[in-house]
Design a protein around this ligand. Structure first.
Ligand SMILES: [Zn+2]
Length: 469
């Protein structure tokens, strides 16, 4: 122990020697406040911000006093309340300002606290700045892509998104390695569910074929999930499950940001979708189906897909089926603005820009109709189309197109958690859930754009961002 590091089973590598479930920052705080036996009591100092790696994930204990609290479940906010997080999990939520003995207190009397947000549709592994020339993915090693992914993950977490589904990575398994690094405390980022690779037909929306590049020059690592026919899809789905995917991602229809595909048209056939769904559900995991076109949306719902990604050209029958089957829509209703402005300025391929125009307003109108019909719509942004960390830009569009601010917040908290099968872990501030909490100045129910300026990010009881004061 003399070198300040320890070899006890709870320690890994060169972590500072701390008690299990107690990060170094908390130990420092206990010493400063005199709560360690034998020291005189002095004024409390705030909890430390976790910024360096490695750290002991989900190990923090802290009492967060919130001026206003949105718990992710209730239809209204509550006034002054304290969220007590012990050893990474919510221990209690109590009215008023409470300061349990021996625990750091974060005073957020002028802030609104919420559960950490969840983005159901991100590509953390991919950069938000490279759509103009996707052939960059041909050149990179998984390790190089992994370094980019870590930056995306950090930006996403610091923007208040403590949970994310990564719905596809061009280079297979970079998402899984990022997830595992975050869970080990070797990277800073949201809790992730990952797909491992896209399940897609040859030259489909998840197959990175680019005009001007011979197929022989395309590295196999960007084509791992390419299949045709139910048997091949079954085999690839099994490969994803065996490799550690948390859910499976299929490309049912053409895509906007891929060459040659038509968003309104089928790519995978119903029996191919069904083959993937059967494998996933046999293993107790879900299927996220990329589907812009009305027919592919219906194909995917009828085959048992759990979420429909984009759902841009959904018709009334698709809305009825989603409602009937309890299928959630993950509609990325902001990024069309980004593509049409920044994408145009950066000279993204003309085909991408045209397909974006053909789907953006239609998708927003579909959002309004589906929401009015009572279909579950979760918060999914397609971040990587635009820079990671700007994920909250979608909230105002969702409110403009028919949701109340509370509905939009629940789409990104409890409702998202339910549709990823993690409502026992995240998405609400209730005892037993992970201590994932964010805070913003002011009232996001009065002005949902407040969520674009998150001042506090706590994940697993560890503070990753705190106000300067
Ligand atoms: Zn996407």
């Amino acid at each position: 122990m003399s070198n300040g590091f320890c070899s006890a089973p709870h320690c890994r590598g060169n972590l500072p020697c701390v008690q299990p479930g107690r990060p170094a920052g908390v130990v420092a705080w206990l010493a400063v406040t005199g709560l360690v036996a034998g020291l005189p009591a002095v004024a409390a100092t705030p909890i430390q911000v976790t910024s360096a790696v490695p750290y002991l994930a989900d190990s923090g204990s802290v009492a967060v006093q919130c001026g206003r609290l949105i718990d992710g479940m209730a239809a209204v906010a509550q006034g002054l309340a304290t969220v007590v997080i012990r050893n990474g999990r919510v221990d209690s939520v109590q009215p008023g300002a409470v300061a349990p003995a021996g625990m750091p207190v974060v005073d957020l009397g002028h802030y609104t606290c919420l559960p950490g947000l969840i983005d159901m549709h991100t590509h953390l592994t991919d950069s938000g700045h490279e759509t103009a020339d996707l052939s960059v993915y041909y050149q990179r090693t998984p390790a190089e892509q992994g370094a980019i992914a870590r930056e995306s993950a950090r930006a996403t977490l610091l923007a208040g998104f403590t949970g994310a589904r990564d719905v596809g990575t061009y280079i297979a398994w970079v998402d899984r390695d990022l997830r595992d690094a975050i869970n080990r405390g070797d990277a800073v980022g949201p809790r992730m569910q990952v797909a491992g690779f896209y399940l897609t037909i040859p030259a489909g929306g998840g197959d990175l074929v680019i005009p001007g590049h011979a197929e022989a020059d395309i590295p196999p690592q960007v084509r791992v999930g390419v299949a045709r026919g139910p048997e091949q899809f079954r085999q690839k789905a099994g490969q994803a499950v065996a490799g550690g995917a948390d859910f499976l991602k299929i490309i049912a229809s053409g895509a906007v940001l891929a060459f040659g595909g038509v968003p309104g048209e089928r790519e995978m056939l119903p029996e191919e979708i069904k083959a993937v769904v059967d494998v996933a559900h046999a293993h107790g995991i879900k299927v996220a189906a990329h589907a812009h076109g009305a027919q592919s949306i219906k194909d995917a719902i009828l085959a048992g897909a759990d979420t429909i990604e984009h759902a841009s050209l959904i018709d009334d029958e698709g809305i009825r089926l989603a409602q009937e089957h309890g299928t959630a829509l993950s509609m990325d209703v902001y990024n069309g603005d980004w593509i049409d402005t920044v994408g145009r300025a950066e000279k993204w391929p003309e085909e991408f820009l045209r397909k974006n125009v053909e789907t953006t307003e239609a998708q927003r109108q579909g959002f309004t109709r589906a929401h009015a019909a009572g279909v579950d719509i979760v918060y999914g942004t397609d971040a990587a189309v635009y820079p990671h960390g700007l994920n909250a830009r979608q909230f105002p569009i969702m409110v403009q197109r028919g949701m109340t601010p509370m509905e939009a917040i629940q789409a990104a908290t409890s409702l998202a958690a339910r549709h990823m099968g993690w409502d026992d872990r995240i998405g609400s501030l209730q005892p037993g859930r992970f201590g994932d909490l964010i805070a913003v100045k002011g009232d996001p129910l009065a002005d949902v754009t407040r969520l674009q300026d998150v001042a506090v990010v706590i994940k697993g009881g560890l503070a990753f961002k705190l106000p300067a004061e």
